[in-house]
Design a binder for this molecule. Sequence first.
Ligand code: DNO
Length: 400
Amino acid sequence: MLLKTWRWFGAKDTVTLKEIRQVGATGIVTALHHIPNGEVWDISEIQKVKTEIETNGLTWEVVESLPVSEGIKQATSDRDRLIANYCTSLQNLAACNVKTVVYNFMPVLDWARTDLKYQLPDGSETMYFDFPTFIAFDVYILKRPDGEKDYPAHLVELAKVIASKMSAEEGEKLAYNIIIKTQGFIDGTIDGNTINPKQAFLSLIAKYKDINETQLRENLRYFLAKIIPVAEECGVKMCIHPDDPPFQLLGLPRIVKTAADLRWILDVVPSPSNGITFCTGSLGPRTDNLLPEMIREFGNHIHFLHLRNLNKSANGSFYEAGHLDGELNMTEIMKAVVSEQLRRRKEGRSDWQIPVRPDHGLKILSDFDRKDNPGYPLSGRMKGLAQLEGLAKGIAAMME
Ligand code: DNO
């Protein structure tokens, strides 16, 4: 029922393609991580990775991500060249028959967590986004000018207390986790080689001083107007990834947070190629995001699914829970997914199965003996995938 996929970070990944085959995934989700952001992905480079995947009995199902350069998000004088490169990469991917492509439009920071080793009562580990701690990082560690004005006053008060109790070493660790550890491996603009990362981070943020949400939307519209016709012509389905977490951070504009945002994106350049990565964990921290309803509304445009769960609190904080364990009603979410698939199948569509990956996973069992990227342990994700598959099979059997 599910087209089961798995994120693989290429040669540097400690989980091998052979292992991925045994966890039961058939599709790989990966990127040309070795090509610098903004450069063209050549056919020969794409083909090399594709061949490696296929040699191991798997298929390259989804590109996550073909990164959108900061110059495109900021509409610098270089953006047309960067967009032309982007289009060439899309055509090259299509020539190799890799036709589902993830991207996001988050300025500077891709995703944010404040604790990468939060322990659950059973000894497993997960990731936490504590909003006051994030504000402590922004206002008191990074010391972004006027940062406190971008958050509710009562949260800044909490942040102040948190910062006052933090040792210099803990503060540095928090900054390292937010700026580098969670960013470098997913083609972030700042990696472990950057000298003075905090300064570099502040300079990147400062570039958005005159870009508000309206302007960033206009920059996204411009980008979509150029790339979607190219994608449509070569049969590529673009899927924008929502902002994680789905609210403003660091005073930066964020425009992929709600159903209204997604509606705007789909309407501004209407095309079957203009689609969504429906990520339950990214959209989930907001109580106004009613996930099953959103799947029903946007179903036709959902080309890729990230399924994960979380437990949240009223101030925007959350931690990632087991795939079936958190507050998001995964059964209702899966019912909406299965209905959409059955609808497509009835219409005779070849893309009736939406690729899905267990997004992140808890660190459990032998995961503690391996080095992995935050959120991407082997056993925890494998458990998540198995749970999601069982749920989907059960639901499909009852519906069919
Ligand atoms: C983190 C991921 C993100 C995601 C990108 C998509 O684990 O969910 O890095 O891949 O935002 O462009």
